[in-house]
Design a protein around this ligand. Sequence first.
Ligand SMILES: [Zn+2]
Ligand SMILES: [Zn+2]
Length: 93
Amino acid sequence: MQHTTAHPDRCAVPWGVCPDHGGTLRSSAGRSSWCTDLACLNTWNYDRLDAACPEKATHTVQAADGRYVVCTGHAIAARSQITDAQVLTGTPA
Ligand SMILES: [Zn+2]
Ligand SMILES: [Zn+2]
């Protein structure tokens, strides 16, 4: 696979979120990251905020600057953080 285009089934966001809670991550010195939701036990042994999102795309964000696919966590984050975007369930065919 030598394609230079992004994987259409992969989340397009170049930073990570909690897959369950969205934009709740904190990271420490680029070495680890964790979710700040009190009920969440997710932690990662790398700086997830500084890495491209590895999750599967499940939603589509229609924003002023275009349309891109995101994972469930990024859909949660987009709903709470981007006020001028529409978050749609599913990805473009
Ligand atoms: Zn979480
Ligand atoms: Zn994502």
